[in-house]
Design a protein. Structure first.
Length: 192
């Protein structure tokens, strides 16, 4: 089954997929490319623990986003994250792309059982992101089934992908940092 695009506009897409990729919690594992998945780190209500997540060492914007999700008053939580830079062959103004994601869900499992709650969360996050003339950014938000959520098999999550583009790799990292931070600010404002 192909992904279903629910909403799309300049710089964003909200979609739904039938592919279940994530379990909460999950353990550490080696990846086929030689990298390591460090497993789920529980930072719910403890944003000071975000710095212990190895992936955030690459981006202060990703760290900011995860701290907003982990805030004590936040009804949502994260389960997985990653970010990396990619050179785009044949592109000039967008020669570099930095992409990163955070898998987000409600702490209350019953809210995750209705995927529409995550569609609403995605639109709420997008509405709160300030536009920028300085950076080339984009967002892909995908509602996906979870394999399990603390033993439940009927839950969904939101994969929030922030994208930054630039002529140089540093420009793309800067744009990604802005996009991830803006998503974090939106969450703080919406949940605070």
């Amino acid at each position: 089954m192909e992904d279903e695009i629910l909403f799309q506009g300049a710089g964003y897409t909200i979609a739904r997929t039938a592919r279940a990729e994530t379990s909460v919690p999950y353990g550490a594992a080696a990846r086929h490319d030689g990298n390591r998945n460090y497993g789920w780190i529980d930072v719910r209500g403890r944003p000071e623990l975000v710095d212990s997540i190895p992936e955030v060492q690459r981006s202060t914007g990703l760290a900011h986003l995860l701290r907003a999700i982990a805030a004590p008053q936040s009804p949502i939580m994260s389960s997985a994250c990653e970010c990396a830079a990619f050179e785009r062959v044949g592109e000039s103004n967008r020669r570099w792309q930095v992409g990163g994601f955070v898998v987000v869900m409600f702490q209350d499992a019953d809210l995750n059982a209705d995927s529409q709650n995550l569609v609403n969360l995605a639109t709420q996050i997008l509405r709160g992101i300030a536009p920028t003339q300085e950076h080339q950014i984009g967002f892909e938000l995908t509602i996906e089934p979870l394999r399990t959520f603390f033993g439940r098999g009927d839950c969904f999550a939101l994969m929030l992908k922030a994208l930054g583009y630039g002529r140089e790799e540093a420009d793309a990292w800067s744009a990604f940092g802005y996009a991830a931070s803006a998503a974090g600010d939106s969450i703080t404002h919406a949940m605070g």
